[in-house]
Structure formats: structure tokens, C-alpha cells
Design a protein around this ligand. Structure first.
Ligand code: 3HC
Length: 285
């Protein structure tokens, strides 16, 4: 299969990441089928796409009519077999190996053997996810960054059996979505989360241990290293539960340097998960 053969993109999981992936694929002109397990979750995905498209229209990158066309290129569904015609499927369901393997087993039973089966996993093994399908050479990591419509890059992750053809297509497909790519081997955390998670946890510890006030930890990193967000505000943006879960996964593989900060665990226990719940290290409207 070649890039030009791709017409329909399937996205499994209509959460923040899945909705963002569906949106950028539709903006790039693809027909998109967005699937989640119940109607409510599909509707939430569309709501998030509408909100994001409104921002894109507000900043003049798309006119309203074009945004409506983008919206119309996306079909929502709860049925997995609606993805049967997709040439590329990107899975963006919860970060749980059993759940992802079950989705991939279903996809292998539904999709053409040539279909590229991509996972947006942030920390799980591509090889482990691919182990349940009869075509592991078609399985690849396409790790999008949050917020998907804004972030410039996508990490292409190469599993043990991923073929060179699939890797090449993954780069070309991401480029067709307007993203730059880099490549990582299938080792825990790939490149981005391997480096980012200790940085976030160390920022939380610096605050918790009184090295600096909350705002000064973030200001220090923002002004001192020219990143758009400091570690505490970025953790709130990603979701503290996601940061905790990813840190635990990497700790199991890479050891204690990935130990989650105590204050991160306490916030998650308290249900303060960041922007999405209205409170994390900061308060949100
Ligand atoms: N959809 C469309 N546009 C959006 C958007 C969205 N969801 N979110 C923000 N924007 C646009 C805004 O409209 C705005 O456009 P404008 O400048 O033309 O007005 C622009 O992006 C900036 O947004 P804001 O003014 O609201 O806020 P900021 O300037 O603070 O930018 C941010 C927000 C883009 C999130 C920026 O702070 C940022 O880049 N932060 C770092 C994010 C990051 O590092 N993400 C990666 C996390 S790691 C990851 O995802 C891996 C995973 O596995 C954990």
C-alpha cells in the first residue's frame, strides 16, 4: 500500500487524543470513522472536535464553511466493523494492555490484512500490543502529542516485527496530517515520555520539598528553558492520573528513577486530576 491509497482513516477511542487525531485526519482531507464503545462517548468526542475547530476558525486558519466540511467528513459509530474499509486505523483507547490487545484482535478480524494498525500508546509496548494479531508487521506506534491539533510532532515507534514498509507509511501518513516525525525504538517511554516524565516528577518534588513556590517552579522552567509550560502546569494539562499511570509503567521497567512524586499520588487520590476535573496543581474555571 502507498500513501495515495489511503482514503479512510479509522480512529478507535473518542477521548481527547482520539478526537484530536480524527480532527487532524479530517482537516487533511481524509474520510474518518470515529468509534467508541457508547453513543455518549462518541458525542463527547464530536463536542471536543467542534470546540477545537471553533478555535481554529477564530484564529483564521480555516473558514466556517471549511470547518463544517471537516466535521462532515467524520462519521461517529459504536460498531467496530464500521472500520472495515479503513486503510489506516489509529487506536487511542485507555492505557491498558489487555484493553488495547482486545481492540487489536478485533481490528485484525475486521480490517484488510494490508491496513496499517497504529497505536497511540504513550508507554505500552508496541510489540506486546501486536502479539495478539496475525500481522504484527502492520502494527506501529503513532504517538500523538496533546493537544493534537496544535502540537507539531508525532513519534513513530517501531515494534519488533514492524516492517520497513509500515514504518515508511507511518512517517508519510503523519506528514500528510501536517506533522513532523521522529522515530523511536519500542523501549519503555520511547523518547518523549522517557525524558518528560522524570522532568515532571522532579518539578513536583521541587515544589513539594519547598525548593520554590508552585508558580516559581513553572516560571523558572518556562523562563529559564523556553518551554511553553512548566512541569506542574503541563502535568495538569496532560492529566495527573495519566502522568501517574505512565510513571508507574516506566518505573516497573526502568526502575526507581521513574518513581512518581508523592504529591502527584496524593492529588490523584484526592480526585484532583488537573484541567479536566477543574483542579490539579492549579484551579480552573
Ligand atoms: N485545538 C485547536 N487549537 C488550540 C487548542 C485545541 N485543542 N488548544 C490551543 N489551541 C490554540 C489556541 O487557539 C491558540 O491559538 P492562537 O495563538 O492563534 O490564538 C494557541 O493554540 C495557543 O493557545 P492558548 O492561547 O489557549 O494557550 P497557550 O498559548 O498557553 O497554548 C498550548 C496552549 C498549545 C497547550 C501550549 O501551552 C503548549 O504547547 N503547551 C505544551 C503542551 C505539550 O507539551 N504537550 C505535549 C505533552 S506530552 C504528550 O502529549 C505525550 C503523552 O503521551 C503524555
Amino acid at each position: 500500500m502507498e500513501l495515495d491509497d489511503i482514503d479512510t482513516v479509522g480512529v478507535v477511542g473518542a477521548g481527547q487524543m482520539g478526537a484530536g487525531i480524527a480532527q487532524v485526519a479530517a482537516v487533511a482531507g481524509y474520510r474518518v470513522v470515529l468509534r467508541d464503545v457508547d453513543e455518549r462517548l462518541v458525542a463527547d468526542g464530536f463536542e471536543s472536535i467542534e470546540e477545537s475547530l471553533a478555535r481554529v476558525v477564530d484564529r483564521g486558519d480555516l473558514d466556517r464553511a471549511a470547518a463544517d466540511e471537516v466535521r462532515d467528513r467524520i462519521t461517529g459509530t459504536t460498531k467496530l466493523d464500521a472500520l472495515a474499509d479503513a486503510e489506516v486505523v489509529v487506536e487511542a483507547v485507555t492505557e491498558d494492555l489487555d484493553v488495547k490487545q482486545s481492540v487489536f484482535a478485533d481490528l485484525a478480524a475486521t480490517c484488510d490484512p494490508e491496513t496499517v494498525l497504529a497505536t497511540n500508546t504513550s508507554t505500552l509496548s508496541i510489540t506486546g500490543i501486536a502479539s495478539v494479531v496475525d500481522r504484527p508487521e502492520r502494527v506501529v506506534g503513532l504517538h500523538f502529542m496533546n493537544p493534537v491539533p496544535v502540537m507539531a510532532g508525532v513519534e513513530v515507534v517501531v515494534g519488533e516485527h514492524t516492517s520497513a514498509e509500515t514504518v515508511g507509511l507511518a512517517h508519510e501518513f503523519a506528514a500528510a496530517l501536517g506533522k513532523e516525525t521522529w522515530e523511536a525504538d519500542d523501549k519503555p517511554g520511547f523518547v518523549v515520555n522517557r525524558v518528560l516524565l522524570p522532568w515532571i516528577n522532579e518539578g513536583i518534588r521541587a515544589y513539594d520539598e519547598g525548593v520554590a513556590e508552585r508558580d516559581d517552579v513553572d516560571r523558572g522552567l518556562r523562563l529559564g528553558t523556553n518551554v511553553p509550560m512548566g512541569p506542574l502546569e503541563l502535568a495538569d494539562h496532560i492529566g495527573l492520573d495519566v502522568v501517574l499511570d505512565a510513571s508507574e509503567t516506566l518505573r516497573a521497567e526502568l526502575g526507581d528513577r521513574y518513581r512518581p512524586a508523592y504529591l502527584l499520588k496524593r492529588k490523584v487520590e484526592a480526585g484532583d486530576l488537573g484541567k479536566k476535573t477543574g483542579a490539579g496543581f492549579y484551579e480552573y474555571d
